[in-house]
Write a new protein. Structure first.
Length: 209
């Protein structure tokens, strides 16, 4: 992980290939949290993980006696535990809108990505790839409206979007030139952030060689 600026005694069990683990690593790096990141092979998980997490799933975050095993819950916990820089808005309405956007990203995009990466059904994979591509094309103008995703500031929503866009080559998705230009400027801003660069696993670095 990146530069450590805050004292903590956290352990993060991470899948170096998973966009869900990646989003949490971005938050950890953005906050400058001192954390022991354990890169776990999903096919060869340590016994310790099953003892900590009843689902024996990744990612898993351990903070002293607290164990969390859902990525978005981890992200919000870290934002509250380490409030600077804030990644969720202060006001309740804006916070609710951010959470709703995270939900939509899950339903509209993450489900497609999971199908492309994990399904053995070639027809389902091609369908998901086509629908994800079409959704990105339709959404492309939004990426160009503000510096970050529907925001003037980097937020927790960007932490969810960035891992998906980083994986576009892996997913086999190419966009038309017009839409690609709109999204490229956004991606460039995200991928140049020190926190994003610090968040990348070895496997993720190889996704864009």
């Amino acid at each position: 992980m990146g530069v450590v600026t805050k004292r903590s005694s956290m352990t993060f069990f991470s899948d170096g290939q998973s966009h869900y683990s990646h989003r949490v690593r971005i938050v950890l790096a953005e906050k400058g949290v001192a954390v022991d990141v354990i890169d776990v092979d999903p096919d060869n998980k340590p016994e310790e993980l099953a003892d900590l997490n009843p689902y024996n799933a990744l990612p898993t975050l351990v903070d002293r006696e607290l164990v969390l095993y859902e990525a978005n819950i981890m992200m919000e916990y870290l934002d509250e535990r380490f409030p600077h820089p804030p990644l969720l808005p202060v006001y309740p309405v804006a916070r609710a809108q951010s959470r709703l956007m995270m939900h939509r990203i899950q339903k509209d995009w993450c489900d497609f990505v999971d199908t492309i990466l994990l399904s053995k059904d070639e027809a389902a994979v091609e369908k998901a790839r086509k629908e994800f591509r079409e959704s990105l094309i339709a959404t492309a103008p939004i990426f160009n409206e503000k510096p970050y995703f529907m925001s003037e500031e980097f937020t927790i929503v960007d932490c969810c979007v960035a891992p998906l866009l980083w994986r576009l080559p892996l997913l086999g998705i190419e966009l038309p030139e017009k839409q690609e230009k709109l999204i490229d400027a956004y991606m460039d801003r995200l991928f140049k952030r020190e926190s994003f660069k610090a968040s990348l696993s070895d496997a993720e670095l190889e996704m864009r060689i």
